[in-house]
Design a binder for this molecule. Structure first.
Ligand code: SDX
Length: 462
């Protein structure tokens, strides 16, 4: 009889401290990533870990996105992002991220119909746009409008712990479609043009472009190359495991707050110039180089001498220590779009020169600073006619399915817990107020008893 193989003993790491040794169970992911489970560390040792920026800290196990920063690998649910960008539509990739598999023909048709059905926003919401000042940054508008969706569509109650799956999917589809409309409306508001409503005969990206650039007086000619470029850009931004804004969505969602409020928090985190806001900063950096009359070489020297105060936006990454695989695809798409649209953008020349100089400079290569997803994307958006203030909104449009998928996965995880990190206190130890610190301003309020006014019963005299 075949001997039953005894399963290998799970690996453990050991921590020895003040004469006590504890076991830390080892978790190995499907791509052989290693984690040391410290869930009982404080109980066993009284101590916690400290890890500024969470460079060495995993917050969860996830089956959505895998990336290898050393090798420049990025896969959504196992599919290489290069393949998805070449062969899929953004809405199919969104379905894949949220549901864990590609849609079949019937599911694709159903998903498309639902996206159409939910593409309008409540007419009352359209009046909100008029209350924002003209120069309002579209990311502020986007975040405010998304959290306001929870007032119009309270279907995802915050208090029912186990939200039915179909309620979450319904809210997710609604948000996928409405965010696109809100984004386009915020652009129209910023240029003082009337809103162009979504059309059911157009697919997701073409619909967005039409809402952005169409007008009641002259139809917008939807260029297939521009649609394809937008599909690629949104796919490449769709998810990126536990980045800053996704971690914000998970953290806020861990308080069991509704989907809209969690996504609104993610939009705010993404706005930051070190994160999604970098795509706008890249263009502003290129504008500065051109308007300063400085050579690119001089600018690069300024960055190096600034000791980190002046950043090369669009360069560097917390995880990628090689060329961001997304930047490679975006750079090729950038070439193709500018050639097709016959756009000659000086910014592209400056960007290419910046990249060439940095790639040969030991200051950047020794710090593993390579172009990231934000370095070339803005040049494509410019060529399409999208203003730089809208670039991070475009990032949010792409990232939305990833945020939704991660929020859903967190809620469905049986280990789901309120996220509340610990700290190491370094302030003053216990002390008491000195006499001179006691507030003499506290005037003893005269003890006045206010007689309760009893309303006479009878016809109101108001
Ligand atoms: C995104 O996490 C994600 O997945 C994010 C993202 C996603 O899809 O969600 O990929 C999207 O946010 C991409 C990153 C966009 N941000 C930028 O382009 C802003 C510029 N980049 C930097 O701010 C920086 O590279 C970060 C924030 C992205 C990462 O910084 P880290 O990991 O905290 O590294 P660090 O700041 O400690 O830098 C290490 C060294 C330092 O120099 P020394 O102190 O060793 O001398 O590199 C230097 C830094 O000064 N450095 C840079 C630089 N980035 C790092 N120097 C000049 N220009 C830069 N861009």
């Amino acid at each position: 009889m075949a001997k039953t193989k005894t399963p290998p003993k799970p690996e453990v790491a050991q921590l020895t401290f003040r004469g006590q040794t504890i076991d830390l169970p080892v978790i190995i992911g499907t791509e052989n990533e290693i984690a040391f489970n410290i869930s009982n560390l404080r109980k066993q040792t009284g101590g916690v870990t400290l890890d500024y920026g969470y460079l060495n800290t995993g917050s969860c196990e996830s089956s959505i996105t895998y990336l290898d920063g050393e090798k420049g690998v990025l896969r959504y649910r196992g599919y290489p992002v290069e393949e998805l960008a070449a062969k899929s539509r953004f809405t199919e990739v969104a379905y894949l991220l949220i549901n864990g598999r590609m849609p079949d023909t019937k599911e694709r048709a159903g998903w498309s119909a639902l996206l159409n059905q939910h593409s309008m926003i409540h007419e009352d919401m359209s009046y909100f746009f008029r209350q924002f000042p003209e120069h309002a940054h579209p990311m502020a508008v986007l975040s405010a409008m998304v959290v306001s969706l929870s007032t119009f569509y309270p279907e995802l109650s915050q208090h029912r712990p186990n939200e039915p799956e179909e309620a979450i999917n319904f809210a997710a589809t609604r948000l996928m479609s409405k965010l696109r409309t809100i984004a386009a409306f915020s652009y129209k508001k910023s240029i003082g043009e009337p809103f162009v409503y979504p059309r059911h005969d157009l697919k997701y990206c073409a619909n967005f472009l039409n809402m952005m650039f169409g007008s009641p007086v002259c139809p917008y000619e939807i260029h297939p190359e521009v649609v394809k470029a937008l599909e690629v850009l949104l796919i490449l931004h769709a998810d990126h495991e536990q980045n800053c804004s996704t971690s914000a969505v998970r953290l806020v969602g861990s308080a069991r707050v509704n989907l809209y409020a969690s996504i609104s928090a993610g939009i705010c985190a993404l706005w930051g110039p070190l994160h999604g806001g970098a795509n706008q900063m890249v263009i502003e950096m290129l504008e500065d180089i051109i308007s300063s009359g400085k050579s690119v070489k001089e600018y690069v020297e300024d960055v190096k001498c600034s000791r980190g105060k002046t950043l090369l936006y669009g360069f560097g990454h917390r995880v990628y220590k090689t060329y961001d695989p997304r930047a490679k695809i975006i750079k090729k798409t950038c070439d193709r779009v500018l050639k097709t649209l016959k756009v000659n953008d000086r910014m592209l020349d400056v960007a290419l020169e910046l990249e060439a100089l940095a790639m040969q400079d030991e200051y950047f290569t020794s710090r593993n600073l390579y172009p990231n997803v934000d370095f070339y994307s803005g040049i494509i958006y410019r060529a399409i006619g999208i203003p730089k203030e809208m670039f991070t909104v475009m990032f949010a449009l792409g990232r939305l399915p990833g945020w939704i998928a991660q929020w859903k996965e967190a809620r469905e995880d049986p280990r789901f817990k309120l996220q509340r990190p610990r700290q190491i206190y370094t302030g003053p130890t216990k002390r008491h107020l000195l006499p001179e610190e006691v507030s003499t301003g506290l005037v003893k309020a005269p003890r006045v008893r206010r007689q309760p006014t009893i309303q006479p019963i009878g016809p109101s005299n108001s």
